[in-house]
Design a protein around this ligand. Structure first.
Ligand code: NAD
Length: 511
């Protein structure tokens, strides 16, 4: 019980045999250098994974290209049935995979299980969608002509994902891409390679059991594969989730060859706490938003913009709540806050606090690194709160750690300006019971983010809506609504069933 069932989970997910750094097969190509994956929860080595060489990458691309020829001809609802079976396989592995996510990435077990639930949800969504890949029909201006549009698969979709959602982001992309008739090649974060191998094992079995070429789902590992994908003309769409810095490079490189991208980059999300807010609700939304996943969600709450009349009270309740937070092993359900991903992230956290202080920030809840029993990995930090100004350089940046900046405002217009006045545009929220304020916040003069909520925090989205953000967040949309369209190419078809050939716009061409 001391290992919280981790050994058993690794066994179930077929990860025991790769401990010497060999590939499990399953269309995962890896003969390169070894990456060791350590748990930020305990500091212990979980397993070793080999990276993919340029030759391995090439093999994966050949497999993917071959599989595409078969997969695109499978009727979409039949592809949906495969995705339904994948959802069932994920249900069957939910406990083990959720545990591994928690252990390898460091988020709480509840959040790890929640992440797998998101995968299951997107499978269900995609199954329904597989019968709804609708195009429009139009009326032609020419007699005896019919016009319509249809959506065809786009081809090989490259997926590059971040460490903080090591399994869900991949599934948001793949499940839609697969029902659309695409095949996928995945390069996961090198910080969470075992989660990726586990997913690949689960999916490869479903494909094999149905006699579908496994190349429908390919896995390559190691950072070098990122640039191979960016530059590869055989990949018409690269879906990238990660930092704005690397996203900018991916965007330029893929655009240079006229490839398409879905960019899901950094956020700098704020909650506006109005004088008309229900402060009990604010507390849950703000604290979970700021400290959940130890502040390592793209939608984590980084700024709290508080009306001057409720400022002192809000600070006081936050201080009380922060004093009650349990920090420790994320697999222990009594803990609220787990570790940061690695020691590099701890350094970034400490530097951000120093910078905020230098710029004039005032500490409201003290931060710091935890030491001693249970904190051996060196990755556990205290969530902290700093009174700051929106224009501080450090407040304008995304620091991937549990640091909450509080800012004071007097008018709602000023609060909306502050909320918008950062380079990123992912998630935003207002807590208010005043209809005028809520509607202003949601109007075209309100929040400029891809996600804007009322009386809900910034973090945690449902798969039914399109997910993504504006400005330096990259503009991509994934998951629900009509996000599927990016994974397909649109074709306009005109058919003449008459005996004349009239030209459009009444143009005459007699000879
Ligand atoms: P990161 O940018 O360091 O890494 C992301 C991925 O890019 C990794 O797989 C990495 O190996 C890969 N990579 C590295 N060099 C590359 C290159 N030259 N070409 C292509 N890929 C390359 O990000 P991270 O630290 O793993 O994740 C945290 C960041 O991700 C945060 O900024 C967070 O906001 C963002 N994020 C955004 C969303 C969203 O939906 N908007 C979701 C999750 C995370």
């Amino acid at each position: 019980a001391a290992d919280f069932g981790i050994e058993e989970a690794l066994q179930k997910l077929g990860l025991k045999e790769i401990n010497e750094g060999t590939s499990t097969g399953n269309d995962w190509f890896s003969n390169g250098a070894i990456i060791e994956s350590y748990s930020p929860a305990t500091g212990k080595l979980i397993g070793k994974v080999r990276t993919s060489t340029a030759d391995d990458y090439e093999q994966a691309m050949v497999k993917a290209s071959e599989a595409y020829k078969t997969w695109r001809m499978v009727p979409a609802p039949k592809r949906g049935d495969l995705v339904r079976q994948m959802g069932d396989a994920l249900r069957e592995n939910k406990d083990a995979l959720g545990k591994l996510v928690s252990y390898e990435m460091g988020k709480s077990l509840q959040e790890g299980l929640g992440e797998v639930q998101e995968m299951i949800d997107i499978c269900d969504f995609a199954v329904g969608l597989s019968r709804q890949l609708y195009g429009l029909t139009m009326h032609s201006e020419r007699p005896m002509h019919r016009m319509y549009e249809q959506y065809h698969p786009i081809g090989i979709v490259g997926i590059i994902s971040a460490f903080n959602f090591p399994v869900a982001v991949w599934s948001w992309n793949t499940m839609l891409a697969w029902i659309c008739g695409d095949v996928c090649i995945w390069k996961p974060s090198s910080k969470t390679p075992l989660c990726a191998v586990a997913c690949q094992n689960i999916i490869a079995k479903v494909l094999r059991d149905n006699n579908i070429p496994e190349g429908v789902s390919c896995l390559v590992t190691g950072n070098a594969c990122g640039d191979l994908m960016n530059n590869d003309k055989r990949i018409p769409l690269v879906s990238f989730t990660g930092s704005t810095r690397i996203g900018r490079h991916v965007s330029k490189t893929v655009a240079e060859r006229f490839g398409k991208t879905i960019l899901e980059l950094g956020g700098n999300n704020a909650i506006i706490v109005s004088e008309h807010a229900d402060l009990k609700m604010v507390l849950v939304g703000a604290v979970f938003g700021a400290v959940g996943t130890a502040g390592q969600r793209c939608t984590s709450t980084r700024r709290l913009i508080v009306h001057e009349s409720v400022y002192d009270k809000t600070i006081e309740t936050l201080q009380k709540a922060y004093a009650q937070l349990n920090i420790g092993n994320p697999l222990n359900e009594n803990n609220h806050v787990g570790p940061l991903i690695d020691k590099g992230a701890v350094t970034d956290y400490l530097n951000a606090i120093e910078k905020a202080k230098k710029e004039g920030g005032k500490i409201i809840v003290e931060g710091g690194v935890l030491e001693g029993e249970g904190y051996e990995s060196g990755c556990y930090v205290k969530p902290c709160i700093i009174e700051a100004k929106n224009e501080f350089e450090i407040v304008q940046e995304e620091t991937f750690a549990p640091i909450l900046y509080v800012l004071k405002y007097s008018t709602i217009e000023e609060a909306i300006d502050m909320q918008n006045n950062v380079p990123q545009g992912l998630s935003s929220s207002i807590f208010t019971n005043n209809l005028r304020e809520a509607e202003l916040f949601l109007s075209q003069a309100g929040s400029d983010c891809g996600i804007a909520n009322v009386n809900i925090g910034t973090s945690g989205a449902e798969i039914g809506g399109a997910f993504g953000g504006e400005k330096e967040t990259g503009g991509g949309r994934e998951s629900g609504s009509d996000a599927w369209k990016v994974y397909m190419r649109r074709q306009t078809n005109t058919i003449n069933y008459g005996t004349e050939l009239p030209l459009a716009q009444g143009i005459k061409f007699d000879f």
